[in-house]
Write a protein that binds this ligand. Structure first.
Ligand SMILES: Cc1cc2nc3c(=O)[nH]c(=O)nc-3n(C[C@H](O)[C@H](O)[C@H](O)COP(=O)(O)OP(=O)(O)OC[C@H]3O[C@@H](n4cnc5c(N)ncnc54)[C@H](O)[C@@H]3O)c2cc1C
Length: 306
């Protein structure tokens, strides 16, 4: 075993899919945060497994980064190995089953499904990020969540074992899946879609969903979407707006003027600490004024120790 791993280590050090001290700002939608100590970009299952073996051999923690559209990365960066899934971007279709590698962008998969006369994903038009991140957090809009469409997920554990879990065991609920509770690395996801020859109508719905986001100002500034989950039956954004915190600003991190549950990097010069300070202040004020506890939707990555 150790020979295999040592071989993997040697090979990895000479290949293009493992680099050191990589700034993560370009890889997250807040455009904040520090660097990854070690940054791996696998293009296939074999490379992904080699990276996992490398981390195990060197006793490194693994962090998985997809599109970086729902994370706040520490200004101190991420220790250990960060696996960026962007090059795991193949998909294929068999009948009504669309199988996509974890790093496929959601938008590309919607487009691909429509082009193959399959329906079900159009209302997710304009949702940023990758399939892996979306499945982990059961991303969606109120009409459809990605978990509604999943048939099975293939994932790797930190020993490199490939496993398949079917929809019944995936435990999808609001902003939650089986992967919210485990360290499994999603490799491939199969979606069961619906045959639909009305491709131009499907394309129209996709574009309409994307345009609604644009018109709502979601892309006006760098952000990671909603910072807090909605408490049951309530809207976090409506509460934050009600207590007058829209446009509250900490060093360029601002409560969005368009959507009070978005914190934006308004000037592009805010740090992750600025975003977190503002988010903490918002949560404190909501608790104080409305006696409601807000829970983060955004995932904190890296070293947040003081
Ligand atoms: C402008 C804007 C609008 C948004 N609107 C919405 C919306 O309407 N609805 C919604 O639900 N979300 C929304 N989001 C949030 C975000 O787009 C989604 O949550 C998206 O699915 C995250 O995917 P990602 O690839 O960027 O994940 P990342 O941000 O990279 O990661 C998120 C989490 O998933 C984990 N992860 C990523 N890939 C894998 C993998 N292969 N295996 C295991 N774990 C993995 C990461 O470790 C992290 O914990 C919005 C974000 C932005 C910036």
């Amino acid at each position: 075993m150790s020979t295999t791993i040592r071989n993997a280590h040697e090979k990895i050090n000479t290949t293009r899919f493992l680099t050191h001290d990589v700034s993560l700002k370009p890889f997250c939608s807040f455009h904040t945060g520090g660097s990854a100590d070690i940054f791996g970009t696998p293009s296939n299952l074999h490379e992904l497994r080699m990276l996992i073996a490398y981390a195990r051999e060197n006793d490194l923690p693994i962090t998985v980064l997809g599109g970086g559209t729902n994370v706040l990365i520490s200004d101190k960066g991420i220790k250990g190995l960060t696996i960026h899934t962007a090059h795991l971007k193949n998909f294929h279709i068999r009948g009504t089953l669309l199988c996509a590698q974890a790093g496929c962008s959601i938008d590309r998969i919607i487009q691909g499904s429509i082009e193959h006369a399959l329906s079900g994903m159009e209302l997710l038009g304009g949702l940023p990020g990758t399939i892996g991140g979306a499945v982990r957090g059961n991303a969606g809009v109120h009409q459809v969540h990605i978990g509604d469409l999943v048939e099975w997920v293939d994932y790797l554990d930190h020993s490199g074992n490939l496993m398949r879990t079917h929809k019944e065991e995936l435990d999808f609920s609001y902003k939650h899946s089986f992967f919210s509770e485990t360290t499994g690395i999603i490799y491939e996801v199969a979606f069961r879609l619906i045959p639909n020859k009305a491709t131009s109508e499907a394309m129209r719905l996709k574009e309409q969903s994307r345009k609604e986001r644009l018109d709502a100002g979601q892309y006006a500034f760098a952000s990671a979407g909603c910072i807090f989950k909605n408490p049951e039956g309530l809207s976090a954004g409506a509460m934050i707006e009600k207590i007058g915190l829209k446009q509250k600003n900490v060093n360029g991190a601002m409560v969005s003027p368009f959507h009070a549950n978005f914190i934006v990097n308004q000037t592009g010069s805010a740090s992750s600490n600025d975003v977190r300070s503002l988010a903490q202040e918002v949560a404190t004020q909501v608790k104080k004024q409305l006696d409601i506890d807000l829970e983060y939707e955004v995932q904190f990555m890296g070293d947040w120790s003081d």
